[in-house]
Design a protein around this ligand. Structure first.
Ligand SMILES: [Fe+2]
Length: 494
């Protein structure tokens, strides 16, 4: 029962120590001895002692002080006090300080055994209890950490979704509408919107809104009066404003507030004040992402404008040499846009035609005057040189990396639907859609324009020719749409 226990006997009476040591060793205990109190403390600190048998009178320190020292350094060690006389107040004092029991000298070994057994059992229970408490504390700590971890995972997941949604916005989307939808889809809100301020900063005007479930958001253009200067301060400091369960956060572009994102938070179910830290954090994240996208668009548009300006100066150079090209390019652009509109092309294709149309014959800058301005028809050799203009055009355009797709449209504007065109003999839908549209309008305008070497064809004659060539030279559906357009009375810019 007590076998295996490590017992330290601290007593200056060697006879007592010998008796106890023999008895305990016989019961399979590991026994350590000290005749002085401080020597006993040394052993206690070096060995993993379970029970101390402590004489209350020692030469260097009294038993109660030593009991204090033992309990302070090793609270789980059981201490049995040994005394030669019984003093109730002393016993009470020692018990209060954590002594497990008292043995009166001379003591009977049977009684010692009983006390030892009880103390060993109590100590085991104490250690077990401490382990359980320790485990409980660990469990509580783990639960707290788990909750924090779950919160972080939720935050990271939301941040990932926000980034992902912004990444799918393309250049033609309404960024403010998309931003408001992201707020509504990601955050726990009743409704949200984007507001701009009027010139006097006295009203917020709803640009676009989004409502969840059965909640409602007013029509775009709805106005809210601004009370006081809270929005002015928020605008200056980039801070949020909370008003009627609605969070308003300024949207800042290049240091200037251009409007406010609004998120109407859910009412608290328990009636307790709800922390808005999470809502503010995510709203700020969304505002930052939107600001970055808006700034990038501004940069892109200014770059685009510069490039178009450069291209236009090249066109002016061609027009000075060949007046026909200027009017031709303008008409082809106008026709292509109207035809594209009728066919339901998307915004990118519409913009591509706006860019490419006026410069689709840009490559003619590389064609010698003797060929470009020749009043008669071209010989085969001259025509072969003339055909090079689509490649020259692509080469010039592809110097601008952001116009790489537009450069391909120029390269292929003389391809034919059946693969007999140039420069790459592409066929069908291998040819970019905008090139196929421009090809029809290009032919229409060339046929309808009088040149020194030929008369202008009538609209009816051209319609017949385009119909005849559908499926061979032209995309059949584009050719049909164009002929319909002509029959509906479109006069192709003339
Ligand atoms: Fe051309």
């Amino acid at each position: 029962m007590i076998g295996g226990s490590k017992i330290l006997i601290i007593d200056d009476n060697q006879e007592v120590v010998d008796v106890l040591a023999d008895f305990l060793s016989l019961n399979d205990c590991d026994v350590y001895q000290a005749s002085m109190g401080y020597d006993g403390l040394d052993i206690l600190n070096k060995k993993d002692i379970d029970i101390v048998l402590l004489d209350v009178r020692l030469p260097d320190i009294n038993g109660i002080s030593l009991l204090d020292a033992i309990k302070e350094s090793k609270p789980s060690v059981a201490v049995i006090m040994i005394t030669g006389y019984y003093d109730p107040s002393f016993v009470i004092d020692a018990m209060k300080k954590g002594a497990s029991d008292f043995l009166l000298k001379p003591f009977e070994l049977d009684k010692l055994m009983l006390v030892m057994m009880r103390v060993v059992r109590e100590r085991r229970l104490l250690i077990e209890k401490e382990n359980i408490l320790h485990n409980l504390e660990d469990k509580k700590k783990i639960e707290v950490l788990n909750r924090e971890l779950q919160k972080k995972i939720k935050e990271l997941t939301m941040m990932y979704h926000i980034s992902n949604k912004f990444n799918t916005i393309n250049i033609y989307d309404d960024i403010y509408e998309k931003m408001v939808h992201i707020v509504g889809e990601i955050m726990d809100v009743k409704s949200c919107g984007y507001y701009v301020t009027d010139n006097d900063n006295k009203e917020l005007i709803l640009y676009t809104g989004y409502a969840k479930d059965n909640n409602v958001i007013p029509e775009n253009g709805h106005k809210i009066s601004i009370a006081g200067d809270s929005f002015g301060e928020a605008r200056m400091a980039g801070r949020h404003v909370l008003q009627d369960n609605r969070l308003y956060l300024p949207l800042i572009i290049k240091g200037e507030c251009i409007g406010f994102i609004m998120a109407e938070t859910m009412a608290n179910r328990n009636g307790n004040k709800r922390s808005l830290d999470g809502d503010i954090f995510f709203l700020k994240l969304i505002a930052d992402k939107a600001s970055t996208q808006i700034e990038n668009r501004m940069l892109y548009e200014s770059l685009f404008e510069n490039i178009l300006h450069t291209l236009k100066s090249l066109i002016i150079a061609i027009n000075k040499r060949d007046f026909y090209t200027e009017g031709h390019c303008k008409r082809v652009t106008e026709m292509s846009l109207i035809l594209g509109e009728r066919m339901g092309i998307n915004e990118y294709e519409r913009d591509a035609i706006k860019v490419v149309g006026p410069v689709h014959d840009l490559g003619k800058i590389g064609i010698p005057d003797a060929i470009l301005l020749k009043p008669q028809g071209l010989t085969d050799a001259e025509y072969a040189i003339m055909k090079g203009h689509s490649i020259y055009g692509e080469e010039i355009m592809s110097r601008f990396e952001i116009l790489s797709r537009e450069a391909k449209i120029i390269r292929h504007h003389h391809e034919k639907y059946d693969g007999s065109g140039y420069p790459d003999a592409l066929s069908g839908e291998e040819i970019p859609l905008c090139s196929r549209i421009i090809a029809v309008c290009d032919t229409y305008d060339a046929m309808g324009t009088e040149r020194p070497y030929k008369k202008a064809a009538s609209r009816a004659e051209i319609a017949v020719e385009i119909t005849r060539c559908k499926g061979s030279q032209f995309d059949p559906s584009i050719a049909e749409s164009f002929v319909d357009l002509i029959r509906d009375g479109y006069n192709a810019g003339r």
